[in-house]
Ligand binder design. Structure first.
Ligand SMILES: [Mn+2]
Length: 331
């Protein structure tokens, strides 16, 4: 089979026109933002400003992960009437389902909305969409937009673009064969002054001891099911009394649990309230299970190998349901 090379589709004329004709823009991302989301918002905002536009960055937060906390003060957390006074256009990045922008959804009602995203599933919204699920990060989509508009990438923006790429590519680990295009983009950013070495420290370091102990606790508590093909880890509200950390244990937890031989699916259940549970889904590279589809069944979304959903159920009840759902898929 001939390899399927990827290149970005050209920016549709209608989207280009809306951006060129617009003056004021609200740049929005998803709740509980990660590096890709915030970096995409910052780079998109800077691009719009370079094009002579006004750009306001808004994210409902919370800004919890240690690698992004320092970016929090660049973002407004609400859409105010004042922001809407000059009839802005909304640009949503790294998110294509409206629930994922949280409380901001109400504020942007009725405004022209453009989506730039790389998530494959979820219910689509917005008036214009540029969605490329094969782009490994949203920042690489924004990098493509810099090219489309002929705007030079500053060293600071290069750093943001690489940061999002590093976050979503698991620092190069999730890149498949025939995706040299991704490495070309990364190389260009490195030649603009980005140090992957320094960035690795920034992303993986900076945690406190409680964070590491917490990851240990979750591993200790995790259940091995379906002949070792499924692992479920659960965290509870009460854990915050024992472990003093706001960092999400999920990334480290997933990579450690997926390292176990024979594991195909890892689920991380996080109790938000007694009857409200956030589910993180990951599947191994060899597994036929598409966790994006699984998350979609529960009202969430994501990619084939990584997805998320939030359900109005207790950890225990969703746990039982998920075991049955995964069991069916593993046949
Ligand atoms: Mn992303």
């Amino acid at each position: 089979m001939a390899p399927e090379f990827f290149s970005f589709p050209p920016l549709p004329d209608d989207i280009r026109k809306v951006i060129e004709d617009g003056f004021s823009f609200l740049v929005i991302g998803h709740i509980s933002p990660d590096g890709d989301c915030l970096s995409s918002q910052i780079a998109m905002g800077a691009l719009l400003e370079d094009l002579g536009k006004k750009a306001t960055l808004i994210n409902a937060g919370p800004f919890e992960r240690s690698e992004i906390v320092h970016l929090a003060d660049r973002f407004h957390t609400k859409v105010t009437n004042e922001m809407k006074a000059d009839d802005p256009i909304v640009v949503v990045v790294d998110c294509s389902s409206i629930e994922r922008i949280g409380s901001l959804a109400e504020g942007i009602e009725g405004l022209t909305t453009i989506i730039f995203d790389h998530h494959a599933s979820g219910e689509l919204f917005g008036d214009y969409r540029y969605i490329t699920p094969r782009s490994i990060s949203t920042t690489l989509i924004i990098m493509h937009l810099y090219k489309e508009f002929g705007v030079e990438i500053s060293p600071e923006i290069a750093d943001h673009l690489f940061f999002g790429f590093a976050t979503d590519s698991g620092f190069f680990r999730f890149i498949n064969a025939y995706r040299g295009d991704v490495l070309h983009q990364a190389a260009e950013l490195v030649d603009l002054g980005v140090s992957p070495n320094e960035m690795a420290d920034r992303i993986h370091g900076g945690k406190n001891l409680d964070y590491i102990k917490y990851v240990g606790k979750l591993i200790d508590r995790s259940e091995v099911l379906l002949d070792g093909r499924l692992i479920i880890a659960s965290s509870f509200i009460r854990d915050s009394r024992t472990f003093d950390t706001t960092d999400r244990p999920s990334d480290m937890l997933y990579s450690m649990l997926l390292a176990i031989k024979g594991v195909e699916v890892v689920l991380y259940l996080k109790e938000l309230e007694a009857q409200l549970t956030e589910i993180g889904f990951r599947s191994s590279h060899q597994s036929p299970v598409d966790v994006g589809e699984l998350a979609k069944q529960l009202g969430g979304g994501g990619h084939r190998r990584a997805a998320g959903a939030t359900v109005n159920e207790s950890v225990e009840s969703i746990r039982d349901r998920l075991i049955l759902l995964v069991k069916e898929l593993l046949h």
